[in-house]
Design a protein around this ligand. Structure first.
Ligand code: TZD
Ligand code: MG
Length: 568
């Protein structure tokens, strides 16, 4: 082939080709110098680009896409301020173990290293490192195929997480002369997330520990939801009668109404289990680090995890099972079932009795919620609970404190990966980004159940939702504040947690062509909610509840330092 028969490929060409070669055809981002034309070219080459109003929502969306699809979601930001706006979401994805690649335009090294003051100059590659699984920088167009391969494999292999890919403007526009398509250095990864089988010895050790259990409990984390192991888990509980307790994003792996659920007997089941089988969950702050009195003093732990350093992070693990959860359960379930092991009937009966007792108490609160003159959470959320009972294939995204906590206990999930929320860090501002990605990736109706404060973190994405005409019903539960609307430490100024309990949030939908609803009583919520979701239109229901409703920090008030406000 003569010199002038060579093809010219730019860095941008190669980036798009490498992403598409690896099955990635969507990007979520906010453009500007130096990535705007790259996003346009991606659209011309058949990729879908979703433009957001702020980078953290876009990166959250890409992370949620990764969680739902077991392939890295891809986010695109500009340099420096855009990169920094996306950094929280990159860190959140890594903490949540969601596979994500965040690509940001950046500066050439010589400007950064000589501190020459480039436009939006920042050493992003090094700034990103503490907040992601790995950071990579591509200085040569010829390396782009390898860089994308590395980024994809890093994001999805082992414990999934966030990867930062630093893209200097120069690399995006760099030209590469290639003889043919094969010559570009772009290739499709072979087996990006290899299976990791557990050892036979580890399986036998775990079976021995579980067989001694009189009061076993299966604790399910979002790692189990991500690993898509619902089939193996259903067999496990059906064959052994071991009760299960799902963490919030693991709800629906086994339907919440399954007779083995211990969700309504959380304290009793956690506090009395003698063997806890931890599947894709971490014994972190959400589980009081595995300590008593949340758990029994002499509890034994069997832990299934893909990351060996997770074992003994907080407690001695009596039977660590290392591997990808699918491979581990494919070995552990038959090995245990073949022993004929069953949980003790007395244990199961104790959990059922505690469940019935707590359900009865909850039912009273729900009934009161319908008629309470002070319209509150139960009256606001009961219609949502009833809707999900009838329409389990609806997705729920939730954030806030009381709104999040009460909604988690009230709204049962019957299908896996249908609930996304604030995750391990309890980050506010993830709701609308997660909802957008869920609607885009699944095409199904999505309900974003938001506290009024939480909604404020990314409320402008209502315009994004309307612009793409997504079937998202945003429900803002407005109690006029962070936690509630009654904060008034000193007469001269509103308390630190106070917001506007009369805010007309619903007009934000109307402002962008969506449908607006205002609700301030149970009956209207009952009539409005199903109509809104069934419309499959972008809409916002502003649910004004009494400002006195809501506890400080919802269900995690115990994490606040001792009360330090002296009397004024
Ligand atoms: C990014 C960020 N900022 C601040 C917080 C602190 N915070 C904040 C600000 C919450 C909002 C609670 O108010 P809400 O209106 O969303 O919900 P409720 O009033 O129903 O409790 S919950 C919570 O932990 C956070 N978790 N994440
Ligand atoms: Mg509130």
């Amino acid at each position: 082939m003569g010199k002038n028969d060579l093809m010219i490929k730019t860095g941008a060409d190669l980036l798009i080709q490498a992403l598409q070669e690896n099955g990635i055809n969507k990007m979520y981002g906010v453009v500007g110098i130096p990535v705007t034309d790259f996003a346009r070219l991606a659209q011309l080459r058949g990729m879908k680009y979703y433009g957001f109003r702020r980078e953290d929502a876009a990166v959250d969306a890409a992370a949620a896409a990764g969680y739902l699809r077991q392939k890295p979601g891809v986010a695109l930001t500009v340099s420096a301020p855009g990169f920094l706006n996306g950094l929280t979401a990159l860190a959140q994805a890594t903490k949540n173990c969601f596979p994500l690649i965040m690509m940001s335009g950046s500066s050439e090294r010589h400007y950064i290293d000589l501190d020459q003051g480039d436009y939006e100059g920042l050493d992003q590659y090094n700034v990103a490192k503490p907040f992601c699984k790995k950071a990579y920088r591509v200085d040569r167009a010829q390396d782009i195929g390898l860089a994308i391969a590395r980024a994809v494999r890093t994001a999805v292999s082992g414990r999934p997480g966030g990867v930062y890919l630093d893209l200097p403007a120069e690399t995006i526009s760099q030209e590469l002369k290639v003889a043919n398509e094969k010559d570009t250095g772009v290739y499709k990864l072979v087996d990006p997330a290899p299976k990791q089988e557990p050892s036979q010895a580890a399986v036998l050790r775990a079976v021995e520990v579980i067989k001694q259990a009189k009061r076993p409990l299966l604790l399910l984390g979002k790692g189990a939801a991500y690993a898509q192991v619902e089939k193996q888990l259903q067999i496990l509980v059906d064959k052994t009668d071991i009760p299960f307790l799902p963490m919030s994003m693991a709800k629906g792996l086994i339907p919440d109404d399954d007779k083995h659920s211990a969700a309504a007997a959380r304290s009793l089941s956690l506090g009395n289990a003698d063997v806890v089988i931890v599947v894709g969950a971490r014994l972190n702050w959400m589980l009081n680090h595995g300590d008593a009195p949340t758990f029994a003093q002499d509890v034994k732990f069997v832990q299934l995890d893909i990351d060996p350093t997770e074992f003994d992070s907080n407690q001695k693990i009596d039977a660590p099972l290392l591997g990808d959860l699918g491979s581990v359960l494919d070995k552990l379930v038959p090995a245990l079932v073949n022993t004929g092991y069953k949980a003790d009937k007395a244990w199961i009966d104790a959990i059922v009795a505690d469940t019935d007792k707590n359900d009865a108490k909850f039912a009273k609160r729900l009934a009161a919620g319908k008629t309470d003159p002070k319209f509150g959470y139960y009256g606001a959320l009961l219609p949502i609970q009833e809707y999900f009972e009838k329409h389990p294939d609806t997705y729920l995204v939730s954030e806030g404190a009381n709104t999040l906590d009460i909604g988690r206990n009230l709204i049962a999930m019957k299908l896996p990966r249908h609930r996304l929320d604030t995750g391990t860090w309890g980050v506010m501002g993830v709701g609308l980004g997660y909802a957008i990605a869920t609607a885009v990736e699944t095409g199904k109706p999505v309900v974003a159940l938001e506290g009024d404060s939480a909604f404020g973190f990314d409320g402008m994405e209502m315009e994004t939702i309307c612009r793409y005409n997504l079937p998202i019903t945003v429900v803002v539960v407005n109690n006029g504040g962070i936690y509630n609307g009654t904060d008034q430490e000193v007469p001269s100024q509103p308390g630190p947690t106070k917001l506007d309990s009369t805010a007309k949030y619903e007009l934000l939908a109307q402002a962008f062509g969506g449908d607006s609803y205002f609700v301030s009583d149970y009956q209207t919520m009952e009539e409005t909610f199903s109509k809104a979701v069934d419309s499959k239109r972008p809409c916002l229901i502003n649910v004004q509840i009494d400002p006195s409703m809501g506890k400080e920090s919802g269900h995690i008030g115990n994490l606040n330092p001792e009360d330090i406000t002296e009397e004024v």
